[in-house]
Unconditional design. Sequence first.
Length: 688
Amino acid sequence: VDDGSQDDPLSVVEPYMRQDKRVRMIKQDNGGVASARNTGIASTDAKYICPLDADDEIMPNFVSQLVPHLEADRSLGLVFSSLTLITKDREGKGNWPNGYDYDKQLRGLNQVPTCCLFRREAWESLAGYRQRYAPGGCGTEDAEFWLRMGAYGYGGKHAVKEPLFRYHLGGRSTKRPEEVEWLGWHPWTADGQHPFASQATPEFHSHPVRSYENPLVSVIIPVSPHHTEHVIEALDSLDAQVFRDWEAIVVWDGIQNERVVKAFPHVKYIQADRVGTGAARNLGAQHAAAPFLLFLDADDCLLPNGLQIMFEAYADLKEPAIVYTESLGVRSVDDATAQEYKMHNELVSYYDGIATIYQKTGDYEYETAIMQPGTKQPYFWCYITSLIPKAWHESVGGFDEELTTWEDWDYWIRIAKAGYNFVAVHEACMVYNYDTGTRRESGKAVKDEMVDLLRQKHKEVPIVACHSCGKAKSNFSQRPSPESQERSTMPQQIADSNFKMCTYTNPRRGSHGVVGAATFDRQYIDNMVRTGEGWRINYGYHSQGDQFLVHLADINANPGWFTPIPPPVAQKVVRLPQHAPPVKPKGPTEVKPLEIEEKPTEAELLEVEEKPTEETFDFQTLPSVTEEISLALNELGADSLESLLVLGEAIKGVKGIGEVKAEAILTAAREKLGDDAPIPEDALQELE
């Protein structure tokens, strides 16, 4: 593969092509080593692939020694031999590689030489090498490829100890000043939440299988025919998210890339016929299963913590708002322009004519937004890649499909005029690519025409007051909202009695956000989130098997998620003496359930008393216990800390004691008595 070389490789290759029909040459514009390898592999249907750099060699028996290992073991994705290191002055067998340990690969210790033998099937499943890891010629594109190969189930083996690969050191003509970090876009290398088939050593018997049936955000990516290869980077950035509760929806607005479809089977793919960007986004939103939308252009990408930052910001808001962020911009510039960026403290990096710049954004200005499109300089406050409640998108009718450009600005203005708020997060969460798009330049060319068109259109767009606009800043201060001021008058439907302790039985694996399906007319408690249908209860992050309080409405709405825990059988209340001797061990005893009584009569209490009733205990010494609650506990039969513990969860029947308060009271009683608090003998006999 002639990757845009400046010399004449054809003169070297042509004699070999005449001698052997198996030798051929492909010419392409300079794209880098990963791009060249992908081009070569895509041109063949060979079962196995051997990537060999132009300045290295393999011994005559390299292929014949390695192929049998792949033939014999279907679990292997790649095999390799030892190597001979060759420098200007000497050569000899290297100490590396020395076996294959995928757990070391996860720690950034590459286990596999550049030249090995791997299955073409693995290359197809992973959409090949990634050029971003080799921006200056050679790089870490191979180590990252082996990392992904092991993560998705392909094993590796140092199959031949004989040095059959001759590796020339110092032969590279181009080199990036520093090695490109190749673990960062793979969150499982840090948090251990590996794909199910990963070759990593599992903590238990296997890696857990996660369910993606209930995403929190639908990421919608419209793809034009110009960006069918670029979308790989966008999808990689989603797989890189430390926040896992997303789904990806790719709308092919024209040609479909089968290579992408095969490599990303977890994506929803929708076919459209050149309907335009706005219509493609609307089509994706119609298929979205999540309560939030995020539109991502195919030639842009998210930073690994992008979704997490956005959702944490949204969760901190007292009132809902569209969350938008700052970004990194990537563009080709000359040295003078790069120096100008540096003077303004905007330059993040500059290499080989490519500058990465930090792009700040300001806080949202509601009054300015609703005056758009105005007669002055247009006000653009956020990228299309922002976190949007799906219901808001639907309420404004989505994007105007008749607009061929500037449809995103029109979209934001209509949302602003509909009274919905925006909040800026002053952190970069996305990468905006200036060199790959064409719509940006075409949009500039018709700027005046589009502004005039939108001015005429927006004369008919009504403006709705936004009571929260301009109040919620990017620091998310805990200010009181109209909803929070009404919480003192909570209706009976949100009271303690409408919550039951449940076991979380959703088949989804791993820790994830749990939001109820039932809706309420306003925010009655802190842990609620606003959706298009109303307010819902946010139960936080949980895993299957966790136990927590769930509202009856959510239990009814999703019986497959929440299984109520049966309350303990109410036992006959026993009045215990306050100072009893320790119980002697008796051995196993069958405990039979007693007759259920909601409240004992005075006569029943007297029947089990063998001693005169002593003065009742004042439970106001325990936290959260008022005089009224203390008297009620006495009426229930508790006259000591010991008897309170015997009652246990039955105290939740007392007015003013809910699930949380009951646990606090019982915990305090146990602490006062100590772990070995005695139970009187006559009480134990009565229970038996």
